[in-house]
Design a protein around this ligand. Structure first.
Ligand SMILES: C[S@@+](CC[C@H](N)C(=O)[O-])C[C@H]1O[C@@H](n2cnc3c(N)ncnc32)[C@H](O)[C@@H]1O
Length: 457
């Protein structure tokens, strides 16, 4: 049953929330949405959806508490302990052994709420890999639609009740007890990439080895669940794993996922996606439409941009960050909330002067490169080659620039090493030369001395 068949007033309310609060709730199960809306209305003493819509119009700040009621943020450390044990003992070791020691392990906690799930993952991974390997190899993405919950997750501070399910030795190893509460180890916390991401709308991550999405799908209608599962299929590597909540089951008609452990809701990829399913993955294309060749071309271009092995981003003429691929997110510690921000206010502003770039592009209109740009941050010194390409509209007006970053740190160190070796070689050659000269003059002196002694005799 569609929501409009259920109740047009309710439908009008959803439409208003989509247009004015930026939250599209049409993919959620109407029954549970209605229950939650009614709970909020009761708190305010409002009797019907139309009156509540009027209240929302008069009080725009009402969006926040409403969403707080609708988006159920309940979470917990090691929630369903047996499933986490299975993950730690069976799945994570499989992921590690399937990879070369230098290869990254990419993990995504989708719908991470206030962070308990992410920190559970960190603790398990560090216990298995050791802290050094973890920091070198693991890329952990934590996303949620709810920015308030994400902020809490980023802080990583929990009260006595919240940490009750963490085994004592892990609690003392990974948390510091302070006046504010139990604070998760800051060094490990900083390794997590947090960002706002709407599972039903935004393009998914890619090349993920372990996708944890627990107790989120349950709130969506069947068709929205199916479209999210298609995105998850795209997000995972061929050997990747999907970990759902204990009470969730897969409802897809085709077997795009097959169970590894049904009991613990762990799945791996089954059938391949069809072309129409691929098109579902792209941002905002969850309504099936006829796709013209230009749109397909743009989508292919977007996919190439997103999956490029190099960090890439686009900057508007006015110096705002428009889009970035995952490599750029990881390299510059970007989050979704940085999209639209001025580049000069971001970490990347340390190495890129967007105003100067635009001036040069406006004048010359052709791509150029900046070589060996030195970038010093908490992780050490990195050298980057930056390739800058103008983005022009059909009339040739400059809209912005596409920036590709290539890490050349290894080459710089290699070049320094070669230069050092060359100068050592030159010094040794010089010394050899001098030694030869000394030897020659000693020989000469010896000859002279021999001659003189013969003359004396
Ligand atoms: C019940 S919590 C689950 C938390 C955690 N995964 C766990 O199992 O403990 C559900 C989370 O899903 C998030 N969520 C709801 N709709 C979402 C969407 N469209 N995209 C991303 N996250 C969403 C909510 O904000 C909430 O934080």
């Amino acid at each position: 049953m569609s929501t409009s068949e259920v109740n047009p007033e309710f439908d009008a309310l959803l439409h208003y929330l989509k247009q004015n609060c930026g939250y599209d709730l049409t993919g959620y199960k109407p029954d549970s949405l209605m229950r939650r809306l009614q709970r909020r209305m009761q708190q305010l003493g409002i009797e019907n959806y139309t009156s509540y819509l009027q209240y929302l119009q008069a009080h725009p700040q009402e969006c926040a508490p409403l969403l707080d009621t609708i988006l159920i943020n309940f979470s917990g450390f090691f929630r369903d302990r047996n499933a986490w044990d299975y993950l730690a003992n069976t799945i994570i070791p499989q992921i590690i052994t399937s990879k070369q020691p230098y290869e990254r392990i990419r993990v995504w906690s989708a719908g991470c709420a206030s962070g308990q799930e992410v920190y559970t993952l960190v603790m398990l991974l560090v216990e298995i890999l050791g802290i050094e390997q973890y920091l070198q190899r693991v890329q952990l993405f934590a996303t949620d639609i709810d920015e308030v919950a994400l902020k809490q997750a980023q802080q990583g501070i929990y009260n006595e009740n919240e940490v009750a399910d963490i085994p004592t030795q892990l609690l003392s190893k990974y948390f510091e007890q302070t006046e504010q509460g139990y604070v998760f180890c800051p060094q490990l916390r900083r390794s997590i990439i947090f960002g706002r991401h709407n599972l039903a709308v935004d393009a998914p991550m890619s090349k993920i080895d372990l996708l944890v999405c627990r107790n989120v799908l349950i709130y969506f209608k069947r068709e929205t669940q199916a479209s999210i599962l298609v995105r998850f299929h795209f997000a995972l590597t061929d050997k990747g794993f999907l970990f759902l909540g204990n009470s969730e089951s897969l409802l897809n008609d085709r077997q795009i996922f097959i169970p590894v452990s049904l009991k613990h809701r762990i799945y791996t990829k089954g059938e391949k996606l069809g072309l129409d399913e691929h098109l579902l993955i792209l941002p905002q294309t969850h309504n099936r439409k006829v796709v013209d060749p230009l749109t397909t071309k743009i989508h292919i271009w977007q996919a190439a941009f997103k999956t490029s092995p190099f960090a890439q981003l686009a900057v508007s003429y006015g110096g705002c960050l428009i889009v970035a691929n995952e490599q750029a997110y990881a390299l510059f510690g970007l989050t979704n909330s940085n999209i639209g921000a001025l580049v000069r206010d971001l970490e990347i502003g340390q190495i890129v002067n967007s105003w100067a770039l635009m001036r040069q592009l406006n004048r010359d209109r052709h791509p150029f490169s900046l070589k060996n740009i030195k970038w010093v941050n908490d992780n050490g010194t990195t050298y980057l080659d930056i390739h800058i390409t103008p983005i022009l509209d059909p009339e040739g007006k400059l809209l912005g620039a596409n920036l590709t970053f290539i890490d050349v740190t290894q080459y710089i160190y290699l070049k320094d090493e070669i230069e050092r070796l060359n100068s050592t070689l030159a010094r040794v050659t010089q010394e050899l030369h001098l030694t030869k000269e000394v030897l020659n003059s000693t020989k000469q002196e010896l000859n002279n001395t021999q001659k003189e002694s013969k003359n004396i005799h």
